[in-house]
Design a protein around this ligand. Structure first.
Ligand code: AMP
Ligand code: ZN
Length: 462
């Protein structure tokens, strides 16, 4: 299996430290808001990676953190803690905010068929490990104190730029950056002192405070995995600062390489630009579902692009993914009930083509092309089984469920089905007002309409 490694900037033959087992760490969400579909792309990419590894016979030992403390509003070492700020605005305890958004996140990833990591670790559960790690760094002479915290002196780590070479924007900063008491632009907080009004705080040898953001991932990965471990995942935005700083901490503390393969998903844009609250284009999983799409349409949209390509989200593209999904399911329904066998050689060739695509740095667009090629074969249950039992182990598009469910209940009168079809057409045009009006008409006539990945179901109301 070949995997692109950000450390070497090339595709490499994948290997593990422990034979047959992949030990991996993923940077988890900062739980002060509902993850948007860009964040969710990162976790779908990680999920495809893990499922491809399983498909190739590996077992997975995986860990993901939940950032419930330490991520500052300024994204660097300035500003207030993001979870704490939201908690203050809402007048509740930060842990309540963290729990609320962790639950939403877990529900969102379940809806996208993302298998959760074996160990999901909130940062607040590992404060002792972080303090120990800062103590180790201090003993090695790599830290210094300022009036607001304990900092890592990046100049003590000669290999500081090993991961970010070629993408240093975040580190360079420029002349106008206010260093405060920091000695160097690349130095970063390991422990921040906090005032009496901060709720989440802990005693430490340096004073009451809270951990920096980067120390949590080094401490948690060291607690759950050996050093080096096999794969570390996250979005490309983490390359120049967060992951660079994780490497500096772990490698300074242990004297060993932190991780062999660094896996980074590219970003998702919306309508060719950045997602931002002010533009009103930050969509969550609920927004997508409320507009009549199924999570599987979004998952398929993600898979139509490789994880290393910037994905431009538009509703037109999501409509096309929905159409693609429906075509796949319609073809699968035909194959499902067919009794003619497919030549074993044809099946073996398709299986090989799929495996080659997915094992070549997770080339999901090519893997999907192989799926379509399979569906074009004469109708056969063998094709159905190949796609739903084998390919879908990796793709996780709920194809068996979708193709086994009847799309429309037979006893529904033709005029109700006609209304449902009109509603489907309205939704396609994103004419939500008409779609809502038609739903109301269908309900008044005594039927319930539910959206499904490939259309809708109608059931008589009791
Ligand atoms: P955060 O909750 O901000 O720590 O982000 C969670 C994950 O989402 C990280 O791995 C980020 O790199 C990733 N991420 C954030 N924004 C995007 C985006 N627009 N597209 C893809 N991944 C993203
Ligand atoms: Zn991290």
């Amino acid at each position: 299996m070949k995997l692109y490694n950000t450390l070497s900037k090339q595709k490499e033959e994948f290997h593990t430290v422990k034979p047959g087992v992949v030990q991996m760490y993923s940077c988890g969400p900062t739980v002060y808001y509902t993850a948007h579909i860009g964040n969710l792309r990162a976790y779908v990419c990680g999920d495809i990676l893990k499922k491809t590894l399983r498909f190739n016979g590996y077992q997975i030992e995986d860990v993901m953190n939940i950032t419930d403390v330490g991520h500052l509003v300024g994204d660097g070492d300035s500003g207030e803690d993001k979870v704490e700020t939201t908690a203050r605005k809402m007048g509740v305890h930060p842990l309540e905010i963290a729990k609320k958004y962790t639950d939403i996140f877990m529900n969102d990833i379940a809806r996208l068929n993302i298998k959760p990591a074996k160990h999901i670790v909130p940062a607040t559960h590992c404060i002792d490990g972080m303090i120990e790690l800062v103590k180790t760094l201090e003993k090695k002479g790599c830290t210094y104190r300022t009036s607001d915290g304990i900092y890592f002196d990046a100049s003590t780590f000669p290999n500081y730029f090993q991961l970010s070479k070629g993408s240093l924007e975040g580190n360079i900063g420029g002349a106008r950056v206010d260093l405060g008491e920091k000695r160097n632009i690349n130095d970063f907080a390991l422990w921040k002192f906090v005032g009496p009004n901060t709720i989440q705080k802990w005693d430490s040898p340096w004073g009451v405070g809270c951990p920096g953001w980067h120390i949590e991932c080094s401490a948690i990965s060291m607690q759950y995995l050996p050093v080096p471990f096999d794969i570390h995942t996250g979005g490309v935005d983490h390359i120049p600062i967060h992951h660079t700083n994780e490497i500096a901490q772990t490698e300074t503390a242990t004297g060993k390489k932190m991780c062999n393969f660094w896996f980074h998903n590219e970003f998702m844009k919306i309508d060719g630009g950045k997602m931002s609250k002010s533009l009103g284009n930050v969509y969550t999983m609920d927004d997508i579902i409320n507009k009549g799409y199924d999570p599987m349409h979004l998952r398929l949209l993600f898979l139509q692009t490789t994880y290393r390509t910037v994905l431009n989200f538009t509703f037109e593209a999501l409509d096309a993914a929905r159409e693609n999904y429906r075509n796949i399911v319609t073809a699968l329904r035909r194959h499902r009930t067919a009794t003619t066998p497919t030549d074993k050689k044809v099946i073996a060739n398709l299986r090989q083509a799929f495996t080659d695509a997915i094992s070549n740095d997770l080339n999901t667009p090519v893997a999907l092309a192989v799926l379509h090629q399979a569906l074009k074969q004469p109708d056969s249950r063998d094709i159905y089984d190949l796609v739903t039992k084998e390919f879908d182990q990796v793709l996780s598009l709920s194809l068996d469920t979708a193709a086994s469910t009847a799309p429309i209940i037979a006893t529904i009168p033709a005029e109700i089905t006609a209304l449902a079809e009109q509603r489907l057409a309205a939704k396609k045009q994103r004419d939500w007002a008409t779609a809502d009006k038609l739903r109301a008409e269908i309900t008044t006539a005594g039927y319930q309409i539910n959206d499904t990945p490939d259309g809708y179901t109608l059931t008589p109301l009791k």
